[in-house]
Design a protein around this ligand. Structure first.
Ligand code: ARG
Length: 458
């Protein structure tokens, strides 16, 4: 069959070319946005006198019939149509007759696809933000449960200083809050209406772009028609924000994989979010965390695909841009799936405080507190640090930990030591004394929790 755009050519294309060119296989998911856009367009055409009111009524009735038939399944997508835009217009014209051919007045698929994609992604951004908020709330609830649970904090994956599990978890709440900020920035630049840019240069018809944009819920319109049809920054920004979000989930996943290993045994995941092995009966594998970590690569790939696709494109629309959709759709689908599973996994995750504390007791993670103790007694920090290091070396040589040395031994290293040293290096005190803003003390973690809960309030 000849294409709708037959004219200059007979519109008969090779099957292979057709299949290659067609996007309906993946852009059909924007059918609601496409129809919504077309309805706003028909109304604007009538309001500006470009078509008659009765014609617009016929178009609107036809479009809403197509929408409900697609939703009910009474109508299915025709893979022979090039894309969702052609499909809707073809069905409309078949149903309402020649007036259907007026819908595309003062419009092009170039501004139409940009509009549909923006409308679609605005909804996706909102859904993703809601899921991120839910996850932040879950992480914060967990942090509250474990605000006084001590575990080693690590640098270089070496035991460094004691922290609370609540403090550690709240670090992720902070990361996720920044992700929301990025998504909301990107939302602002996605909510710019391109319709009325037409093919690239605007139009000779007396259209009302602002009214059409407002009817679609956009607060702003693209101010340059060439930019309007060729701007895909919003896709790149979204993919960038999603890549960073996935990077956070991936780091969190990595910790969960480590923590649930026999080597750490810091947490126990719920049975519902783990899997077994087909041959090793003892296994309880953290597959969800591993998959989230793995899928991060896929979202980065989506970002790289779109960035690379765009880098050499001259203005304005180029067919290369059809490749934007599968990447953004895949990234949104992947991120939503990851957030959903992550939330359930965190909600069911239980800490094993005894194992955490045992690990904290073994790594000389209070060595800094020995140095701080001496510093507060008047020793300059750098020399205090050295004495503390010598004490650690002594402990290692004698198979002891700092808590086990008697006062005489301490005093061989510095006369400034007295009985108070034992209180100063007690792990709860080490944590409790870190009351600086953002520190690991219980009070500070409570403050963080309060701040995040305040932020989450609707
Ligand atoms: N399917 C196309 C896309 O996704 C729609 C725009 C086509 N425009 C054109 N002039 N061929 O980009």
């Amino acid at each position: 069959m000849a294409k709708m755009w037959a004219g200059r050519t007979d519109g008969i294309t090779d099957r292979i070319a057709d299949d290659f060119n067609s996007s309906i296989g993946f852009d059909s998911r924007m059918f609601r946005q496409d129809i919504k856009g077309s309805m706003a367009h028909a109304s604007m055409l009538a309001a500006t006198g470009i078509i008659a009111e009765e014609e617009a009524d016929t178009l609107l009735a036809g479009l809403s019939g197509i929408l409900s038939d697609l939703e009910s399944g009474a109508l299915s997508f025709d893979p022979a149509c090039e894309d969702i835009h052609m499909f809707v217009e073809e069905v409309l014209t078949a149903r309402v007759g020649d007036v259907g051919k007026k819908l595309h007045t003062a419009r092009s698929r170039n501004d139409q696809v940009a509009l549909d994609l923006r409308l679609y992604l605005l909804e996706e951004i909102d859904a993703i933000c809601a899921a991120v908020k839910k996850l932040i709330a879950t992480v914060t609830d967990k942090a509250e449960c474990y605000k006084a649970t001590i575990l080693p904090g690590y640098t270089h994956l070496q035991r460094a200083q004691p922290v609370t599990f609540g403090h550690h978890l709240m670090a992720y709440a902070m990361m996720l809050r920044r992700d929301l900020g990025r998504l909301s920035d990107c939302r602002g630049r996605t909510a710019v209406c391109p319709i009325g840019s037409c093919a690239l240069a605007g139009t000779t018809y007396p259209i009302d772009r602002k009214a059409e944009a407002a009817a679609l819920g956009f607060p702003a319109i693209a101010e340059n028609s060439m930019d309007g049809v060729s701007d895909r920054d919003f896709c790149v920004e979204l993919l960038g924000a999603l890549s960073i979000l996935m990077m956070h989930l991936s780091r969190f996943s990595e910790e969960i994989v480590l923590w649930s290993s026999w080597e750490f045994r810091f947490v126990e995941l719920s049975d519902a979010f783990t899997t077994g092995s087909s041959i090793m009966s003892q296994k309880k594998n953290p597959d969800m965390a591993e998959l989230v970590r793995g899928k991060t690569g896929r979202v980065y790939g989506d970002l790289l695909s779109v960035l690379t696709m765009l880098k050499g494109l001259p203005l304005a629309y180029n067919k290369d841009m059809q490749e934007d959709k599968e990447s953004v759709f895949d990234a949104c689908d992947t991120v939503k799936a990851c957030l959903g599973v992550f939330d359930g996994m965190i909600a069911g995750m239980r800490a094993l405080p005894e194992n955490m504390l045992n690990a904290a007791k073994k790594g000389f993670i209070n060595a800094t507190d020995v140095a701080d103790y001496l510093t507060k007694k008047g020793e300059p920090f750098r020399s205090a640090y050295k004495i503390s290091g010598q004490l650690v070396a002594y402990c290692i040589a004698h198979g002891k930990v700092l808590e086990e040395l008697d006062l005489d031994t301490y005093r061989q290293f510095s006369p400034l030591f007295d009985d108070a040293i034992y209180k100063a290096i007690d792990l709860s005190a080490c944590v409790g004394n870190r009351t600086s803003e953002g520190g690991t003390s219980v009070a500070s973690v409570e403050k963080q929790i309060k701040g995040i809960r305040e932020f989450l309030k609707p």
